[in-house]
Design a protein. Structure first.
Length: 271
């Protein structure tokens, strides 16, 4: 680790993710209910999404008051330092609401518009992933201590295990279901984990060969995208573009391009 700013940002991101993860794990009310809905009746927010974001934004404001923040639940401020934090305080809210274990806290820091630090913690798995630009991707886990991540060697696409997700807006998910239906016979199988950040970290950890989704926001993918890339995966959007709300595609080298071409052929980002 050479850049002292990156080290400082990593320390803060790890502390914020750890504390928010503990709050979510230990503070989940037994009678947790939906507090509000957003883009559609199934796009839900709980009091815990909001509490986790407040904890993270409060910590950042205390440590680095001049930084900007983009938080899913509205904890957004302009900054003057050139650093902006991109936060998903609870990625996988629907899993969390139902008591399913796949959910995470995702904290990324950008410097002059480029993601330089990403931390994703998945408390029910006992795992935390992190990456610093140029420094590789790392995981600490209950299973195997700290280890450097490397995505797996690419299989042919018809033997690739690919994860995806579905947007909350009815027309978008209907189209996504049609694309997935046409994709399944061309792959080993499809997974739908429920946390985009965990999907990208699982790709980094060699547990998936690819991932794609339409309709993601910056907070869903900022940290996971850096972690996947630092583990040797390729990520993008529509051909020649960076990942975006139109399309996010990620894969091991060898799976990424064929998957992106296939999705293009299936019109994955059209209505
Ligand atoms: C969602 C999760 C899910 C993905 C959705 C996201 P949220 O984030 O990442 O896996 O399929 O597109 O919106 O709302 O649980 O933070
Ligand atoms: Ca949400
Ligand atoms: Ca999310
Ligand atoms: Ca969220």
């Amino acid at each position: 680790m050479t850049d002292p700013l990156h080290k400082d940002l990593l320390d803060i991101a790890q502390e914020a993710a750890r504390r928010a993860g503990a709050l979510l794990r230990d503070g989940r009310p037994a009678d947790l209910a939906v507090a509000a809905t957003k883009s559609s009746p199934i796009d839900v927010v709980t009091e815990m999404d909001i509490a986790a974001e407040k904890l993270i934004t409060g910590l950042i404001a205390e440590r680095r008051p001049d930084d900007g923040i983009l938080g899913e639940e509205g904890g957004t401020t302009e900054g003057t330092s050139g650093v902006r934090w991109v936060i998903d305080p609870l990625d996988g809210t629907v899993n969390y609401l139902y008591g399913l274990p796949t959910w995470s806290v995702s904290v990324a820091a950008e410097q002059d518009g480029e993601t330089v630090v990403g931390v994703v913690t998945a408390p029910m798995r006992g795992e935390t992933f992190h990456a610093v630009l140029g420094g590789g991707a790392w995981a600490t886990g209950a299973w195997d201590g700290e280890r450097r991540l490397a995505c797996r060697p690419a299989p042919p696409l018809d033997q690739a295990l690919v994860s995806t997700g579905f947007n909350y807006v009815a027309e978008v998910r209907t189209h996504q279901a049609e694309v997935a239906q046409r994709l399944i016979p061309l792959l080993r199988d499809i997974r739908r984990g429920g946390s985009a950040a965990v999907d990208l970290c699982d790709l980094a950890a060699g547990r998936l060969d690819g991932y794609y989704e339409r309709g993601l926001h910056a907070w869903d993918l900022a940290a996971g995208d850096l972690i996947a890339r630092e583990a040797g995966a390729l990520t993008g959007g529509r051909p020649g573009e960076r990942p975006s709300g139109d399309l996010t595609v990620a894969g091991t080298p060898g799976v990424f391009e064929p998957l992106q071409r296939l999705l293009e052929g299936l019109g994955a980002w059209h209505d």
